[in-house]
Design a protein around this ligand. Sequence first.
Ligand code: HSE
Length: 428
Amino acid sequence: MKNINIGIFGAGTVGKGVIKTLIDKSDLFFKRTGINIRIKSVCIKDINKKRDFPLENIILTNNPNDILEDDNIDIIVELIGGIQPCKDIIFEAIKRKKHVVTANKELISKFWIDIYSLAEENNVLVFIEGSVAGGIPIIQTLKRDLISNKIQELVGIINGTTNFILSEMTLKGKEFQETLKEAQRLGYAEADPKNDIEGHDAKYKLAILSSLISEKFILPEKIYTEGITNISKKDIEFASKFGYVIKLLAILKNHEDNKIELRVHPCMINKKHPLSSVNSSFNAIWLKGDLVGDFMLYGKGAGELPTSSSVVSDILNLCMEIKQGNYIHINIKENHENILEIENIYSKYYIRLLVEDKRGVIAIIGSIFDKADISINSLFQEDVYDNKAEIIIITHIVQEKNINNALLLMKNYKEILEVENIIRLEDF
Ligand code: HSE
């Protein structure tokens, strides 16, 4: 019988779930792996705070070195989040030949090469299932179950906060600010919601997925990112009128010429696409593989138990790899140099304009779109007030730089009062 000792950093929502799961299901995990998995130590900021997990047989400490310097600890589980002190803890653990399980998307996405190179040098493994889409096992699916595929496209709803807000706005016909406050009250959004609503959380997750898929390192800052703060009730209503819903999507497209297209932004998708019915705080990842074809995973993207499902599965898988003793390291050594600039992507576009409601305005718009080489698919006008009208245009597929040219041309016409919103529209 093999014993494996674990040291856990952090006992917040996920940490607590992981500790309770490892204790409550220890017999089952022994039956499934043949390994006796024991939490030896837990490192937390405040060792005097009352905890609602059993403390017998666990050493509580607020000194990371008590875990890092303990030669009897085989695996560290980092569940603190953010860059520091996690970076120092993980690097030190690896140097001391400890395997690592972490759900830290920001750290992994920014320091992928350093972490995995150091891990290979020290012949230890770093497992990160909890870092993307909470309970959805997308990392193992890509690494193992779809290993025979070339992934051509991946589209994810991988941020629960923004999906909750957009779903509520859609279902209840509410504006963004009001819905954000409601999401904060219900615990779906943080007190400081910037990381989620501005798209950064989804960007870190897409950076991890795209590095894994392309086998080249993609820094999060290379990913074009737009959040959902500009989406209004009106955009959602117009989208619906045309048969679409608005979702914050993380998009990856692998091009034939080895270029990769990566972007996080609100996007209109057809109501018939399976991603359109992913509502509330649920996450889903749809992808297209050259062998498997269309494929989708759906589940809870956050929360104590769903994320614990991923973290504890990582711990069990890692234990079984340790038992076998033959490690396969993730082999990503270079940066991806071939990321498509946003102005070079092709998409359809929804454009909402506020214009003077008078003769000739549609002709002006028609001539601008003609000059910018953009073909219009549908056009809709709604009266607003004071001789003003809203014009909604949906284009055919066009390169983004043509849209930018059209926007520049619009500045020359006083009849076009405002470009109220532009949202990309995709028929996946
Ligand atoms: N803040 C994330 C979300 C959950 O809203 O999906 C953790 O990744």
